[in-house]
Structure formats: C-alpha cells, structure tokens
Design a protein around this ligand. Structure first.
Ligand code: UFG
Length: 333
C-alpha cells in the first residue's frame, strides 16, 4: 500500500490512532511493516485498538508533550485523526471544539515545524460544505459550515494553506462523508459513548440493546422522505490515506479531496438492508427532524479518483453492514 522505493518502511505519527478511523489506519500501517507511534488522549479512543503500535497518551493541547513525542523519531509524515466530532455537542460547546480541534492542531503544526516534519494528512469532513446547493458535492462547492464542528475543520484547512505558503508544509485534507463499517477480522469497530450514528444505532436495535431505531424525520424532499447520505467503508478511507501519502511523495503544496462512495442511500434504505443482512426485525419510531441535518449529502469522488488514483472497493451497503454487524455482535472494547 505505502511501499516506497527500495522497500523502506516509513515512520508515521498517527494522532488519534486509538479512535474509530485512526485505529483502522494504524492496523494497516503495521500490517505493511511501517513504524507507527500513536498519540491519543484516549478521551474517546480505546487503548486496545492500537495493537502493537507504541502509544503515547497525550493531549494535543499539551504542546510540550506533543513536541517531545515528535522528537523521539524522524517521522516521515503525520496522520491527524484526533478531534472532537459530534455535531450536536459542538453546537452546545463551541469553545471546547475550537480549543481542541483548532488549538490542538496548531500545537501539532508548530511542533512539526520545529522538528522539520513537512507532510500531513488531515481528517476533514463533508460538514465543511454546510447546506448543499446541489445533489452531488464536488470540492468546488462553497464552504459554509453550519455547525462549529464543521467550522473547526474548515479553520484547520485554512491554517494548512497559510502553513504551506509560510513554512512549506505539504498537506492533504480528506473530506470524509459518512464513515461506516469495520475491519474484515472483526478486531476493530465503531464504539462511541453515547452513540449518535445511524448504522451503529440500527445494529443496536437489531441486537435488542435499544428498543427501536429513532428515525429523525420522514418529511425530507427525498424519494422516501428520509435523509440521504453517502456511506464510505472505513477500509476505503484507509486506502484514501495511503493514496494521499503517496501523493505527497510526488507533490508539494496543499490539497483537498472528498472521500465518499459517490452513492446516496436513504435512512430507510439502510434500514432495509440492515434487516436483510442481520436477519433480525428492527422496530422504528419516526421522530422530528434533527437540527442541522441536510436532506442529502453525496460526494463527487472524481477528483480523488483522478488525482489520487483512489477508488472505493468495499462501500456497497452489504459490505458495510455485514462488517459492522460482525463487530457489533462481538465488540472487543
Ligand atoms: N439518523 C437517524 N437515527 C439515528 C442516527 C441518525 O435517523 O439514530 C439519521 C440522521 O438524521 C441522518 C442520517 O441518519 O439523516 C445519518 O446520521 P449520522 O449521525 O450517522 O451521520 P451525519 O450525516 O449526521 O454525520 C456525518 C458525520 C459527521 C459529519 C457529517 C457531515 O458523522 O462527522 O456527516 O454533515 F460532520
């Protein structure tokens, strides 16, 4: 995946490597023989998820410890997954989100500059776009976040532009759509407390852990009235990071790409597929719309395909749901 000429292995720092997406990345890097250091404050991540990578338990707000960690190894690149990422929480406590996501990243960037690490892959989000003006969103769509979570991710994207001009930092921001699914072996999965995401919540209901799935709104201007999202398998996101790392080997500057499947599925379609994949009945309760949910969010993946050579391979609903179901039936943490 990340093979470099001469079969060298890379030294990679993964911030947030104990979280859902970061841990899948760490597992892949280790499988490919790279040296991985994870920096994570374990606020939402899980110690068990980092496998054999060395783990530094630290907060990005602890600038000194971040710099010390960066000095331990000659890192080739930093992958930055660490962030608070619940939209509703960000509405309630925007200061915490800006402090953690923006100031924390600034500390990381400063430390990288001090020790001369000049490649970064940043986890951004479709939430930078705000309310979609068209059905399929490409990277040219205006960025007008409607919640503090999206605003913090956009603030970092802009910081990365300034850092590129002033200090020569090269970066790729990957704007994830709806990350979903779990690894093939059932070792890693999505485990949030409380859970707010659709697929884990559907599977919790299938397991009887929740009495029913609450569907937030059935009166949207979509074919069946429920919201349409672009679900992207976490393993495909990992592939996207691998492509981005290779890209930064050949290209200097600041880049942004959507990572989505390019297909939209409604909440009702996901539910129907989950009933089929799990073989379980799943009760539903239709509730009012959730604040801030756009009717439809679907990615154009053309740019990532053309520039990065990235193509999703596992993001059909059945692969996503069956891998997530395996994990939810037997979570390891
Ligand atoms: N939904 C339900 N019931 C649930 C959970 C979700 O009906 O129990 C619905 C939501 O209303 C939404 C859809 O399922 O229509 C998907 O919701 P998620 O919470 O799974 O995901 P979001 O689309 O809200 O959020 C995702 C990412 C965010 C990112 C956002 C971009 O998780 O990090 O996309 O808008 F910011």
């Amino acid at each position: 995946m990340l093979r470099v000429p001469g079969g060298l292995c890379l030294n990679i720092l993964v911030c947030g490597g104990a979280g859902y997406i970061g841990a899948h990345m760490v597992k892949r890097l280790l499988q490919e023989g790279h040296e991985v250091v994870v920096l994570d404050n374990l606020s939402t991540g899980h110690r068990e998820a980092v496998g054999d990578a060395s783990l530094v338990v630290a907060d990005l707000l602890d600038a000194e410890k971040v710099e010390r960690t960066l000095r331990t190894t000659a890192f080739d690149a930093v992958l930055h997954f660490a962030a608070m990422s619940i939209v509703a929480d960000s509405m309630r406590d925007p200061y915490a989100y800006h402090q953690n996501n923006v100031v924390g990243t600034l500390n990381l960037l400063r430390a990288m500059r001090t020790v001369r690490v000049d490649k970064l892959i940043f986890s951004s989000t479709a939430a930078v776009y705000g309310m979609p003006r068209q059905h399929v969103l490409d990277e040219q769509h205006p960025v007008e976040p409607i919640n503090p979570y999206g605003a913090t991710k956009l603030a970092v994207e802009r910081l990365l532009e300034d850092a590129s001009r002033a200090y020569g930092l090269s970066s790729v921001s990957l704007r994830y759509f709806n990350a979903a699914g779990a690894d093939q072996e059932g070792e890693l999965g999505e485990s949030h407390q409380p859970e707010t995401h659709l697929i884990p919540n559907i599977l919790r209901s299938a397991l009887g852990m929740d009495p029913a799935l609450r569907i937030f709104g059935s009166d949207y201007p979509t074919p069946d009235g429920t919201c349409v999202r672009d679900y992207i398998h976490v393993d495909d996101l990992v592939d996207g990071h691998a492509c981005a790392l290779r890209y930064l080997d050949r290209n200097a500057g600041v880049f942004r790409f959507n990572l989505g499947s390019g297909e939209g599925y409604s909440v009702a379609q996901v539910l129907e597929a989950a009933r089929r994949v799990t073989g379980r009945p799943i009760s539903v309760e239709v509730e009012a719309r959730r604040a801030g949910d756009p009717a439809t969010l679907v990615a154009s993946r053309e740019l990532a395909g053309r520039e990065l050579g990235w193509e999703p391979r596992k993001s059909d609903l059945d692969s996503i749901l069956s891998s997530a179901w395996r994990w939810h039936c037997k979570p390891r943490y």
